[in-house]
Design a protein around this ligand. Structure first.
Ligand code: PRP
Ligand code: URA
Length: 209
């Protein structure tokens, strides 16, 4: 049984349907990825700890709450994860952004690393890894391992569409990492694409095909 949080909010589900449509333009696709990321980010950040403070209103002193505890870092997996950054930054503008460059070798489907730059204080942050697609899970698993190797202990994975096999892979390799997604698809095709999925997320975001 896979361990995953699936967002069933009607707005998210509606936008995921538009995203899957092969007739959705690059411009619309980019906007939708950003909008869905913001809606999902709202829930993903729900567990951020609060502390009580006193604030002087024009009328009296209010006992009220502000975010405390670990600060947030977001780490998109290049390329397609870049499309999710703006949505998250709209919610948490002070979050630091790291980048991990990985591509899947088309023959072996194994992830190949070409870039990794994380915030210097990553180990003190709660890190949310962003990638629209979780297919075999190889890319996300490798990215999470890079982040753990830098001493980070609090990691979440936020994707848009996840294949069951990818979820199982992350659950197995990184049982401490919570996965958030908007849809779970049953299978992969012979090229490792999620079926029905939405195609190649990077190409659809950047118009490269
Ligand atoms: C896609 C996607 C994930 C990966 C998922 O990236 O954005 O990073 O594939 O597949 P996996 O779960 O089987 O590893 P891709 O390799 O196409 O690179 P791109 O974003 O540069 O197009
Ligand atoms: N990467 C994508 O962009 N799409 C898939 O369906 C699988 C991996």
């Amino acid at each position: 049984m896979e361990k995953v949080f699936v967002f069933d909010h009607p707005l998210i589900q509606h936008k995921i349907s538009l995203l899957r449509d092969k007739n959705t333009s690059t411009k619309e696709f980019r906007e939708l990825v950003s909008e869905i990321s913001m809606l999902m980010g709202y829930e993903v950040t729900r567990s951020m700890p609060l502390k009580e403070v006193e604030i002087e209103t024009p009328v009296a002193v209010a006992k009220t709450k502000v975010i405390s505890g670990k600060k947030l870092g977001i780490v998109p997996i290049l390329r397609a994860g870049l499309g999710m950054v703006d949505g998250m930054l709209n919610l948490v503008p002070m979050a630091k952004v790291g980048h991990i460059g990985l591509y899947r070798d088309p023959e072996t489907l194994e992830p190949v690393e070409y870039y990794c730059k994380l915030p210097v204080d990553a180990a003190e942050r709660e890190i949310v890894v962003l990638d629209p697609m979780l297919a075999t899970g190889g890319s996300a698993s490798a990215a999470i391992q890079f982040i753990k190797d830098r001493g980070v202990t609090s990691i979440k994975l936020m994707c848009l569409i996840a294949a069951k096999v990818g979820i199982a892979r992350i659950n197995r390799d990184h049982p401490d990492v919570e996965i958030y997604c908007a849809a779970v698809d049953e299978q992969l095709n012979d090229h490792g694409y999620i079926v029905p999925g939405l195609g190649d997320a990077g190409d659809r975001l950047f118009g490269t095909k």
